[in-house]
Every structure is written in structure tokens, then in C-alpha cells.
Ligand binder design. Sequence first.
Ligand SMILES: *Cc1c(COP(=O)(O)O)cnc(C)c1O
Length: 232
Amino acid sequence: MSIATNLSDVLTQIEQIKAAHQISHKVELLAVSKMKPYEDIKEAYQAGQRLFGESYAQEAVDKIKRSKEEGLKDLSWFFIGPLQSNKTRQIAENFDWVLSCDRAKLLQRLNDQRPDKMRPLNICLQVNISNEDQKQGMEQDQVQDLAKLCNDLPNLVLRGVMGIALNTTDNTILQNEFTQLKNIFLQLQASYHTVDTLSMGMSADMSPAISCGSNLVRIGTRIFGERNYNKG
Ligand SMILES: *Cc1c(COP(=O)(O)O)cnc(C)c1O
């Protein structure tokens, strides 16, 4: 299967899920290219894909630089991985969005390190919806404080929330977690006019995520194939 075919299959599936649940808003596709070579990104780009998600700062910066050298236009880069303080500068200087912000200190650093000549950095707050200790994401009772901080920082724009559901095929659990995040999204939207993004759903749980209101799914495996965590 080619990346172009996979992409068009995923886009078709998104439309089918929307139709089945009578969803009329736009659902955008973020192609998660972490651990995949630059050539795969280029192939997806040539097939029309414009939004890409990366999880490792240095790997991502190399790909972003290359896409600029080669003159690829209209790309948007989303940082979706665990955020570390010592990586925020690279991220602030190269990305358009950060979906995985979960601490005040990181928001502050991203704001301070965002170059003045760039547009403000788009931020989604990552919320822990699966209650797994090892998962990234703030607790739900921290969302209001961090949303206010993000909104107050001049080089950041609060765009919404992101969540990763439990790795399960149990639809009741998935729907419960996705609905919690949707409710947080609606609350934020009532307070901040910049909030428009509810990012939930990956390759395995795209369907329940869209049925619960996601408007930005993050899909890696279904587009680029399995990632090999053991190589190198
Ligand atoms: C890797 C990753 C994805 C994509 O996962 P797939 O199962 O390959 O679709 C989505 N979101 C986040 C935060 C990720 O780290």
C-alpha cells in the first residue's frame, strides 16, 4: 500500500464516520510522521497532506529544515510529544502548534522563546483523560488555570485541548474519556474566543473520537505503517 492510498483511505473513513453520526463540522487530519523518514512526509505532501505531527524535537527540526530547503509550501508542523524544558526553544523556533503542553513552566518558556518575527504559537493543552500515571497531560482541575495563563501570554494562542485515550477497544471507556474532553473543550470555548480545536483520536480509536466531536484526529500508523521502536 502506498502512502497516497493510505491517506485517501483515511480521508474516506473520516467522511464515512462523520456521515454515520451526522457530523457536519470539518474534521482535520494530522499526519503523525514521527520516526518516519523525510521521504514519507514528502510523499504525503505530494498527495495533498499539509498538517504533520512530530514527537521528537531534533528529528522534527531536521525534517522541517529540509522541507523549507526543498520549498514545500503551506505546511503546518504540530509538536505532539512529551515536552521537556530543554527542548522548548527548538520547538518555539520551528513549530506552528504545540498540542502537548501540560505545565505552566512550559507555557512560559514557549512564550518567552517564540521569536518575535514569527506568528504566535498555537497551543492545545494536553489533558489526562485516561488516568494512567505514565501518560502525559494535566489533571482536569488544572485546565482553567493553565488556560488563563496561556491566554494571557502574548506569543501564544490558546486553541483548544488534546487528549490520549486509554489503549483499549472497549467503546464505553473510550466514549466516556472522549466525552470528558469534549466537555472541557466546550467550557473553554465559552470563555475564550480563540478556542476551536478538540484533538482526539489516533489510528485505533479514530471512530469513537470523531463520533464524540473531535475535529483534529492524529493518525500515524494508518498512513505511514507501523513504527519500528527497536531500530538503531
Ligand atoms: C504517535 C502518536 C499518535 C499517532 O498514533 P497512531 O496510533 O500511529 O495513529 C497520535 N497522537 C500522539 C500524541 C502520538 O504520540
